[in-house]
Design a protein around this ligand. Structure first.
Ligand code: SAH
Length: 220
């Protein structure tokens, strides 16, 4: 863990972002760095233009291809859980989607590695992150079930789509002491934190959640 700052989005807060961060604080998010990242990230650029008026509501929204941008509360909650042992040097994210969660993570660590299976979503997310001058994100089009072997191990891994069971590759790509934050299940899902202690994995269940499925394979 280190204390260097991640990227800053122009270093400034936006009024809508600030109001959203205040709402999330009232709902129980306590990590001030996470709240600051939420306040700085322009969520409206990550949603379809026609839904921009809803961008700062605390709800998930469709982003095309049958996928959704996660609810801000869950983005903040998962980020906070990921940082619970301190700031990781790098984070692996599975399920880039709109890139909104990625934009938050990029402000909380030195480097984000993000994997997305749908090429067009990955392409759009990349352009948006570049427009925000977030240059500490490496992206890959591929199957997140396999993690990102060549960049492993990771102190922190976040998965923003739900597998029916925890992918073995993600466990193997954790550092000793590393943590994985992941929704698991089918019709009913729970958010889990899995921490690695040598060859042992300790599992903690946080709360019920609802994510799109983690689908094996990649598509153009
Ligand atoms: N955090 C994103 C959530 C997007 S929804 C956001 O807030 O925008 C989940 C994403 O996971 C979708 O974009 C979906 O295409 C992607 N996904 C599903 N299965 C995947 C897999 N096996 N590998 C990589 N990405 C996957």
């Amino acid at each position: 863990m280190n204390v260097r700052a991640g990227s800053r989005i122009g270093g400034k807060l936006t009024r809508s972002g600030e109001l959203l961060a205040q709402k999330l604080q009232q709902e129980g998010i306590v990590n001030s760095e996470v709240l600051r990242a939420i306040a700085c990230s322009p969520r409206h650029i990550f949603v379809p233009e026609i839904l921009a008026h809803k961008a700062y509501d605390n709800t998930a929204l469709p982003i095309g291809q049958g996928q959704t941008i996660s609810q801000p509360y869950i983005v903040a909650k998962m980020s906070e859980l990921l940082l619970a042992d301190g700031r990781p040097d790098s984070i692996l994210e599975i399920g880039t989607g709109s890139g909104y969660q990625t934009s938050i993570l990029a402000q909380l660590t030195d480097r984000v590695y993000s994997v997305e299976r749908i090429k067009s979503l990955q392409f759009q997310a990349k352009r948006k992150l570049q427009s925000l001058d977030l240059h500490n994100v490496s992206m890959k089009h591929g199957d997140g079930w396999k993690g990102w072997q060549s960049k492993a191990p990771f102190q922190a891994i976040i998965v923003t789509a739900a597998p029916t069971e925890v992918p073995q590759a993600l466990l193997e790509q954790l550092t000793d002491g590393g943590r994985l934050v992941i929704p698991v299940g089918g019709d009913t899902q729970v958010l889990k934190i899995i921490t690695r202690h040598g060859g042992e994995f300790k599992e903690q269940t946080i709360e019920a959640v609802r994510f799109v499925p983690l689908v094996p394979g990649a598509v153009q």
